[in-house]
Write a new protein. Structure first.
Length: 243
């Protein structure tokens, strides 16, 4: 595997307050990397900076290219895609129209593969096909998350960044959504997953980072982080089985 994303000494500030400080992160092609941490640690800010939505200092390299001066729309066109925490669906539009918007930049290029990608999204999320004429605002929480993922897939991402995909969902739906995420990885999409549900995130990922007060406090293989005493005590609600 090779590094698809490299973040080096990333600093992001709101005014004079630095929210992310000298963050370092690497994601290998074909892997799921998770970032866990408490509320306010800077996880969403980190994703927004990688997407080009916030000014930052440091270096962000995607697919071997420094993307510091690359606009967000161009990043999407190169295969970098973000599913935001609030999903940001168009509630008054149908499921199908939301999916169409996910491929907007491809329509402008007259990409002939769009129809096939509709079929792929509907194959992955059969409920979206059943509700394709339904307004997005009438969907359940789990269905909205499926639609947010499906819309992102319509852009043909190489790296998909997910901000709190389990937010507001029942435990069984969370497992279903994370199952879809693992399936996407198996189909060749690399994933950067930001999650407050640390146990589910570590169970679903290959590598993990712990972000605390804007700094990377721990990093390593997800299986190793899951049994780290500090992670156990702070994020998983107990000690390891060996203790």
């Amino acid at each position: 595997m090779s590094a698809l994303l490299q973040v080096h000494d990333l600093c992001v500030a709101y005014g004079k307050v630095e929210v992310v400080h000298r963050a370092k992160l690497q994601l290998e092609e074909g892997s799921i990397v998770t970032v866990i941490g408490p509320n306010g640690a800077g996880k969403t800010t980190l994703l927004a900076a990688i997407m080009g939505m916030l000014p930052c200092r440091g270096r962000i390299s995607y697919a071997g290219r420094d993307i510091a001066r690359v606009e967000p729309e161009q990043r999407v066109g190169s295969g970098l895609c973000l599913v935001p925490e609030r999903r940001e669906l168009f509630a008054a539009m149908t499921v199908e129209d939301n999916l169409v918007l996910g491929a907007f930049h491809r329509y402008r290029k007259r990409d002939p593969g769009i129809a096939a990608d509709f079929e792929q999204v509907y194959h992955l999320f059969p409920r979206l096909q059943e509700r394709r004429r339904q307004l997005a605002g009438t969907l359940s929480g789990g269905e909205r998350q499926m639609l947010a993922l499906g819309r992102a897939l319509m852009s043909r991402p190489r790296l998909l960044m997910l901000d709190e995909p389990s937010l507001g969902l029942a435990p069984l739906i969370v497992q279903e959504i994370l199952g879809f995420v693992r399936r996407l990885r198996d189909e060749g999409v690399s994933i950067l997953l930001v999650e407050q549900n640390a146990r589910a995130a570590l169970d679903s990922s290959d590598q993990g980072y712990v972000l605390e007060t804007g700094e990377i406090a721990l990093s390593g293989a997800s299986a190793e982080l899951a049994v780290d005493p500090r992670v156990q005590a702070t994020y998983l609600g107990g000690a390891t089985d060996e203790d």
